[in-house]
Design a protein around this ligand. Structure first.
Ligand SMILES: [Zn+2]
Length: 208
């Protein structure tokens, strides 16, 4: 019997079996390092020391699900930490905007850029992370999102619609219709009403 995959940041407030599959689980874990949920959890990237602890534990899980993932960056300096934080925040904004949402005038959606190596060989075509330490992590994260986008699973990685939660979850429902990470804690009547009002404000393209 294999031990379950437990992502350290995501496990703070969600069911273990609802994590995103493979390397996408690492992207979800990065999103969930933020001070999120209800009740609020600590920001795991608050200091270089807490960030190093999270990186060590999350990469240990990542290397189990994807042995080809890059090594964890050693000792995150202030600049490295700032870049991981901006990746996390930009990702949340991108995922909150939703792939089918055309009402982007109301939310400025950032464009996240990185580089990757493309190889075509006997095993087919593949993308590999490029760059040192933090840049390799950024590259790896974006490669997971590209792969999920091509594989049709990116739309399942979502940010909870409760503005006081904003946790990342993986929607395994058949019609991919979930908007709350946990309907019992976040999908209360007040939140549902506020969510509908926001959708309405943002235009007919996102109102369904
Ligand atoms: Zn939530």
């Amino acid at each position: 019997m294999s031990t379950p995959v437990v992502w350290p940041a995501s496990a703070r407030y969600e069911e273990v079996e609802s994590s995103a599959p493979g390397g996408l689980g690492f992207v979800q874990d990065l999103l969930n390092t933020a001070s999120l949920g209800k009740p609020r959890q600590a920001d795991l990237l608050e200091s270089p020391e807490s960030a190093r602890q999270w990186l060590d534990s999350s990469f240990a899980v990542l290397h189990r699900v994807d042995p080809g993932a890059p090594a964890a960056p050693h000792g995150l300096g202030p600049d490295g930490l700032r870049r991981v934080l901006s990746l996390r925040d930009d990702l949340r904004t991108v995922l909150s905007s939703g792939p089918a949402d055309e009402s982007s005038e109301t939310v400025a959606v950032p464009s996240i850029e990185t580089t990757a190596a493309v190889t075509l060989g006997a095993g087919g075509a593949r993308l590999s992370p490029h760059g040192d330490a933090v840049e390799a992590v950024r590259s790896y994260v974006l490669i997971q999102l590209v792969a999920a986008s091509y594989g049709g699973t990116l739309r399942r990685l979502k940010v909870c619609a409760n503005p006081r939660c904003r946790g990342a979850f993986y929607d395994r429902s058949k019609n991919c219709s979930r908007v709350w990470h946990d309907v019992s804690t976040c999908g209360n009547t007040q939140n549902v009403r506020a969510y509908r009002a926001r959708r309405k404000e943002r235009g007919p393209a996102s109102a369904q």
